[in-house]
Ligand binder design. Sequence first.
Ligand code: NAP
Length: 250
Amino acid sequence: MNITSSTVFIPGATSGIGLGLALRLQAAGSTVIVGGRRTELLQQIAAEHPGIDTVEIDTTDPVSIAAAQADLARRHPALDALVTMAGIMEPEDLRDPASLDVAERTIAVNLLGPIRLVNAFLPGLLAQPTATVMTVSSGLAYVPLAATPTYNATKAAIHSFSESLRVQLTKSKVQVIELVPPATRTTLMGQQNSDVAMPLEEFLTEVMDLLRTQPDAEQILVERVKWQRNAEAEGRYQDVLNVLSARYRD
Ligand SMILES: NC(=O)c1ccc[n+]([C@@H]2O[C@H](COP(=O)([O-])OP(=O)(O)OC[C@H]3O[C@@H](n4cnc5c(N)ncnc54)[C@H](OP(=O)(O)O)[C@@H]3O)[C@@H](O)[C@H]2O)c1
């Protein structure tokens, strides 16, 4: 991905990692379109950051995705990068029958959303000289946090989906990058002040350095996420699982 000259759409960039990445990519020289549901935040972002464009989108709604795709094809015909950032993370007690609601909403946003976005935007990306799909998984794709079972499962699925997408696009000019964040200080699961989560700006600086220095990378792995990403390969899987499951064992 060329961070200095791409035209990037980030559905799920009204806050947190998505907004941070949008601002970093714009500062690096790319054209950025921020997407999300919260219209007041979209308006605020457009007002505070001249040059950033916005589009309202609910990634659980196929009609909304189709409308955003048609709108962007008209307004940004050079669009050559899609970052499937939108996600939710909520605790889920599988012993409680009411938890099914969390599971279904999580799958709709975190798994079906990116699949529908790729489906809608890939024809346009394939028509560009070069293009990028960046998916967003998590360290929890590799070792689960027991408190958020469906979240972990959707992120493991995003990893798998990204692998297949990359293979299917081998003979195309579309690059597939999986961004694998560790716990990062955003409002997701109320982690904005968590000592065990990575400061957002530190995370973004490392991500941008990796995108700049490893433009062909298949995964963007900051140092902090390797504890989870490489746990199984390095024989540490059970240890990491135990740490992430502590509240259920004590
Ligand atoms: N923070 C972490 O520790 C961490 C770790 C690993 C992976 N991640 C992943 O990173 C991504 C961004 O998370 P974050 O930490 O930056 O959390 P965040 O600040 O809560 O951002 C989530 C974004 O997703 C958008 N979104 C949620 N549902 C949506 C929908 N139905 N349609 C469109 N947009 C929707 C939100 O926008 P609206 O509410 O305006 O729609 C918001 O912009 C997620 O995929 C998350 O799973 C985060």
